[in-house]
Write a protein that binds this ligand. Sequence first.
Ligand code: PLZ
Length: 447
Amino acid sequence: MSTNTVGGPTVEQKRKVVTSIPGPKSLEMQKRRIEVVSAGVSSTLPVYVKRAGGGIVEDIDGNSFIDLASGIAVTSVGNSHPDVVKNVQEAVAQFTHTCFMIAPYESYVRVCELLAELTPGKHPKRSALFNSGAEALENAVKIARYFTKKDAIVVVEHGYHGRTNLTMAMTAKNMPYKKGFGPFAPEIYRVPTSYPFHDELSGKEAALHAISRMEKEIGADQLAAIVIEPIQGEGGFIVPAPGFLTELANWAKANNVLFIADEVQTGFARTGAMFASEHENVVPDLITMAKGMGGGLPVAAVTGRADVMDAIHPGGLGGTYGGNPIALAGALGAIQAIQNEKLIEKAKHIESIMIPRLKNMSSQNQLIGDVRGRGAMIAIEIVKPGTKDPDPDKTLKIVKACHAEGVLVLTAGTYGNVLRFLPPLVISDELLNEGLDVLEKAIISAS
Ligand code: PLZ
């Protein structure tokens, strides 16, 4: 079976391993790379990509991998989706850049109209566009401090928000994100999260811990915003217990603290809703977005309450490339594909295949301590049998075995013991099931 796309690549939808992994051509590339690319930049699977589409990533040695990563939740509509390719090709031939702060253009306005429509809540909203998730977070914090005239920002345990100075401060994990890169931005406070597998608390109980810390150690009168991922991504696909987010959002509202949902990883249909906040009926004051928004092009946004977003003085928000017209053409293509191809439903369908199969594996294998996630954002936590203690070595062993067999999977989690799956939402059932077959064998041989 193959995917024939108008303007996109034709990529045969078939797993194929024809060399050792990485293959000889990739090893040659690796030799060139280490002479010129900083050692600080690493790659999970150092096979060099030739093309990718649907559920497949093809390398320069002719190997085809089942894609259970989507470039970390970016290519949710599939690589080089025809709507993205067509829009980008048309846009790049019209103009490449004028800078929206100098001479504006329609695609910026159109994307902001769509963001106002698609994000939770019916209230008037405004948006500002940026280039990366971290940049969106930086701006959300700027906006929250400006609006509330307060300084403190609360984040939670296991949180991930980026690699810039401010967002490193907001990110929990030391290695590899923060070690040696400080000092970090001040006025960032970390409170407990809800991690049902480990804390065994109800959402309300976990929220009361967090709220008590905010009240006793920071003070609501000092606190500008709570910034939280509605499902924690890099931290290990942690789905909070029901009610946790609602309790925090309600407390924030009652205390003139903004509730900022970081939906950089969870946004744009990934979790079986356009935004993961919807699963809890939470309406954030501000939302940060990137990744799935651009169909592979670098674009990010902050969308939120009009009164908050419009409080900023003219010229207070911006950047040379924010809302670049080529990236926005990609975003318009990706959003169109999500809607036309009913990819929210498709994410739920992926969950309905993955969760039962993974639960079944977990009932037969004590290495799997927990199966969790929503939509096409699913993970298993690998533990030492009979305990909840992390086993990062076994996790890595499973990942390597999957890679060697042509299945691209990623890890996550503070302890590196979470195997996470982020398939493109357009993946076929056949490829998804085949990927799970390979995973199952890898888990059995690791135990
Ligand atoms: N907020 C919730 O998931 C990016 C990071 C990969 P940028 N996650 C992938 C890595 O090792 O750098 C992310 C996220 C959430 C913010 C970000 C940051 O987004 O586009 O990577 O800056």
